[in-house]
Design a protein around this ligand. Sequence first.
Ligand code: UD1
Ligand code: CA
Length: 458
Amino acid sequence: MSLNIVILAAGQGKRMNSRLPKVLHKLAGKPLLEHVVQNSASLNPVSPPIVIYGHQGEAVRKMLANLNVTWVEQQQQLGTGHAVQQALSHLSPSNRVLILYGDVPLITSETLHQLIQDTPENALGIITARVPKPAGLGRIIRDEKNKIVRIVEEKEATDKERTIQEINTGIYLIPAHYLQKWLPQLKNNNAQKEFYLTDLVQMAVDAKIPIHSQEPQRYEEILGINNCIQLAELERFYQHRYSEKLMGQGVTLCDPTRFDVRGELTVGTDVTIDINVIVEGRVTIGNHCLIGANSVLRNVILADHVEIKENCVIEGAEIAEHSVIGPFARLRPGTRIASSVQVGNFIEIKNSLIDSHTKAHHVGYIGDSEIGQRVNIGAGTITCNYDGANKHKTIIGDDAFIGSNASLVAPVKIGVGATIGAGSTITRDAPPEQLTIGRTPQRSIANWQRKKKNTQEI
Ligand code: UD1
Ligand code: CA
């Protein structure tokens, strides 16, 4: 049977106390709804997931315009049953429908695959779970033969029913023709005056439709997010799960509780990552790399044997093997560092190529530059790449030596093997192999009297 996916995301999320719609809040750097859409992609539905949106719908659609989904509006939020009803015209009666939630972001494709595999085609499949804090959730009521007979919402539950640990995750797999038959029959004569999707269970029991239930591998997978505390808890769970995966691959994390990935990390063997490292976007780390404490790597590719020392912020950069960066270096987008380069402390590099064996050890700015091999960039060297309107290029040939505190006013070329005297302001090209000095000659003034404060005054 083919599969349709419906994701409910119309709720307001009042308890987030935020102007941002709940499903746009980010977990591991990605909107909650995007997690759900991506996790369900591997289930191969016949058509893109149908997302039921409502509250601040336009903002949600705009922010997530990149997602391949069908948007269906639920104008008034009259309950979960009413929400699924909005999707009916998009469902083919011969399909099965998987119902997911925009605010339950960490359900895994493994758990969902299992549900699809194990639920008989004519049955209703439900994911249930035992959670430490069941308060507020629907409870699963089973009969003496352990068969599910209905779901009771906490608001309608008796004291005894509230002691039940097994809860309804709200995730169901159900033939579409049952939805088409039963959803129009739902009533809202309950405590919340809502059309409850959970009432389908009672209907399935009455119609003698088998019910298959399944638990997730870990209960955190099915937790929903209603407030910032739960968002933070699930963020920790996500990070913990990601760290475990990396450590399973052989990555040494000095402290997995102080390491965050907000994107995709591909990592080689024998990599050590010190504490408080944040990885964002797409990051690749080669073999035998060391990442120092408090560093941020955002959209970065590191080859083998690269060392990033402490407190570096590296974004949109590629670094070749055996290069050493930091501590306290900042590499900005468009930076390409060849092999065996050394970039030291308080160096900022933007949109520049630094060829192999070049060194820039202390304090400086390199922007829009092409720097050759074995170049030595002295302390305090600045490329003056911006004239207030346009950016200009600095080109430095192989084996050049730039003395400390030089200002290279772009556009400018420093020839192969050139030497630039310390403190120079270079405004014209410097020829190869020569010493170029661009500073006022030193002079001394004899008999010069320094001003003195008159301390005798009263
Ligand atoms: C629902 C279940 C409950 C289950 C819990 C799991 C019902 C009646 N109850 O309760 O048994 O334990 O989920 O988290 O189904 N939504 C819409 N439109 C609506 C109402 C809700 O799109 O009109 C969406 C919300 O955005 C949310 C989801 O459906 O993503 C669940 O809604 P919510 O009101 O949080 O359901 P609960 O009361 O928590
Ligand atoms: Ca509710």
